[in-house]
Design a protein around this ligand. Structure first.
Ligand SMILES: Cc1cc2nc3c(=O)[nH]c(=O)nc-3n(C[C@H](O)[C@H](O)[C@H](O)COP(=O)(O)OP(=O)(O)OC[C@H]3O[C@@H](n4cnc5c(N)ncnc54)[C@H](O)[C@@H]3O)c2cc1C
Length: 550
């Protein structure tokens, strides 16, 4: 950015404006496989700073077309959502006040880390049930903007269900409140002769004139973060028009979020988990079917590579489990060691978690499931209350350990989040793994939300190898062709970012892509917010920005 422009920016911002090389390098990464160096990193102090940033970009965009604003909370996005080549706007420093809780609703700022948010909600025996596996390292702004989901989403749904009201700064540089509006309230908004009035009028028209196409294009899966959520804005039963449904999951492409009201749910008193060790996948469909009939709160899975990782990184797991030492952790894993020694490594480990306030009901459920699975002879363990911690640690932390621990190999999330109906999993999963196995240099772990049919496949590669870099888009295309064949979604929770936006056309077709582009244009006609994400994706640009160094 030229010095005059930078000076103008600094004069308009009360927070911090940084351009030193170390800061630019730090903020050129998120948890994706990309590297994209910004020109400036800004830590806005307050709402006024956010408005000033938008005004600054609007005023200078004509002479500096590449100027843009990319929001960032904790920067753990796996799709390249929180990096870009112009101004990065970080919320973690000043937008991190302790959330306020009234009744079952928490009002939060975007830079609040989930771990701190949960500390407050637990004081009220309440929880936000759509926290992601990155719960220890991510923040609320990213959770809302990615429409994050997690281990409890099977029962509770995703973030979109819990965001009740948001405050945003939109592309005209003003602040707005978005929430569900009645028909009369919506009509009043549409009559406004302002930018807000235009948004309501145009979005209402877009939704009502294209209802048939929109309904037809809805992916046949239980969770979806691909594209803009045009399906839930208009609720014909409640007769409400709710733009929070569109904003949640929009990856900062429609405006800045600076406050959100999040609904919470009560915590259940008891839990009981069944762990099923599968040596082959031939009965997977049947097991999924039997387990789902008993309405578990979560139903998760991980593969043999993930389990091996847990055993390999023992000291780290000791820390995560909060146990007294390595001996105690080793002791807690003893049954698994013995099982592996005598029975071999299981191909897939399934965790079926039942929660409730009546312990007896939970025990009945695990007993019933055990009985139903008996003819299939899987190895089963039951974990009650605290015993299940170690299984959760493996499930939640494996990707993070992979990111940090394997020397000369790098995690490259690019087919990391597809969803199909759970009944297709036993067909789709082996096809996907065979497909990746055909390419030399790609070893991977699999973990996921089996009850939702949502799987996270994270390859581990030598990113400096040109053949590996070349094969990334080849594998992505093949996997997404398969997902398309099974009417799935290319992302259930991790969102589109740089990596998946180019594949949205294949998933939705021209008509819906044009509706996404019109939506972007209604909110952000000058394309100032997070370009190349959600719309106008550019595969060549993405591939040219795969990291070279780690
Ligand atoms: C180990 C690991 C495990 C993960 N597991 C899961 C999982 O189980 N489920 C899941 O959904 N995701 C998962 N993720 C991805 C990611 O952590 C989550 O989606 C998380 O919610 C992102 O939060 P963040 O604060 O880090 O977001 P960021 O990376 O900061 O941002 C995410 C997106 O939101 C936008 N954004 C952020 N703040 C704002 C704001 N204030 N206004 C407007 N836009 C904003 C950004 O521009 C970006 O597009 C995982 C990531 C890692 C590294």
């Amino acid at each position: 950015m030229d010095t005059h422009l930078l000076e103008e920016l600094k004069q308009n911002i009360r927070g911090d404006v940084l351009t030193d090389n170390q800061t630019l390098i730090t903020y050129s990464h998120d948890a994706s496989l990309f590297e994209l160096k910004p020109q400036v990193v800004v830590f806005p102090k307050d709402e006024e700073d956010l408005k000033s940033l938008v005004r600054f970009v609007n005023n200078n965009k004509k002479n500096n077309p590449s100027l843009s604003l990319t929001a960032r909370s904790a920067g753990t996005d796996m799709s390249g959502g929180s990096i870009n080549d112009s101004i990065i706007v970080c919320f973690e420093k000043y937008f991190n006040h302790i959330p306020k809780i009234h009744g079952n609703v928490a009002t939060t700022k975007p830079g609040v880390y989930y771990r701190d948010f949960e500390k407050e909600t637990l004081k009220h025996n309440l929880i936000f049930p759509s926290y992601p596996a990155s719960r220890e390292i991510c923040a609320m702004g990213g959770i809302v903007n990615n429409n994050a989901g997690g281990e409890k989403s099977l029962h509770y749904g995703k973030t979109e269900r819990y965001v009740k009201r948001i405050k945003v700064v939109l592309s005209d540089g003003n602040t707005y409140e978005l929430k569900a509006l009645s028909q009369i309230e919506t009509e009043k908004k549409m009559q406004l002769k302002t930018f807000e009035g235009e948004i309501y009028k145009k979005m209402y028209k877009l939704i009502t004139e294209n209802t048939e196409d929109i309904v037809k294009a809805k992916p046949q899966v239980s969770k979806n973060s691909a594209g803009y959520n045009l399906w839930d804005i208009w609720d014909k039963d409640k007769k409400t028009f709710d733009l929070t449904k569109l904003y949640v999951g929009s990856q900062g492409t429609l405006g800045f979020l600076f406050e959100a009201d999040i609904e919470l749910v009560p915590i259940h008193k008891h839990r009981e988990m069944m762990i099923i060790f599968l040596h082959d996948l031939s009965h997977l469909d049947q097991i999924i079917d039997e387990a789902m009939r008993l309405t578990p709160e979560s139903f998760e899975a991980y593969d043999d590579s993930t389990l091996k990782l847990a055993l390999r990184f023992f000291p780290e797991f000791t820390k995560l489990l909060g146990t007294k030492g390595i001996i105690q952790t080793a002791f807690s894993f003893l049954p698994e060691f013995l099982m592996i020694i005598f029975g071999g490594m299981p191909k897939l480990v399934l965790q079926v978690d039942f929660t409730g306030d009546d312990l007896e009901t939970l025990t009945q459920k695990t007993e019933k499931l055990k009985e139903k699975l008996k003819p299939l002879h899987p190895k089963i363990r039951i974990a009650v209350e605290d015993q299940e911690k170690k299984y959760w640690a493996i499930r939640r932390e494996s990707f993070n350990l992979l990111r940090q621990k394997i020397r000369n190999k790098h995690t490259v999330p690019f087919v990391d989040d597809f969803v199909v109906k759970p009944e297709y999993l036993s067909k789709v999963l082996p096809q996907v793994t065979n497909l990746i196995n055909k390419h030399k240099g790609f070893i991977f772990t699999i973990a996921g939300h089996v009850g939702d049919g949502n799987f996270h496949i994270i390859p581990l590669v030598d990113i400096a190898d040109p053949k590996v870099r070349e094969n990334i888009p080849v594998i992505a295309k093949q996997v997404y062709d398969l997902v398309h064949e099974y009417h799935g979604s290319i992302t259930g929770e991790h969102n589109d970012g740089l990596i998946r936006t180019p594949y949205l056309k294949q998933m939705y077709g021209e008509k819906i892509i044009s509706l996404f582009e019109q939506t972007k244009n209604i909110f952000d006609p000058n394309n100032i917010f997070n370009p190349r994400k959600k719309v106008f994706g550019d595969l060549d640009f993405a591939m040219n920005h795969i990291r070279r160094n780690w």
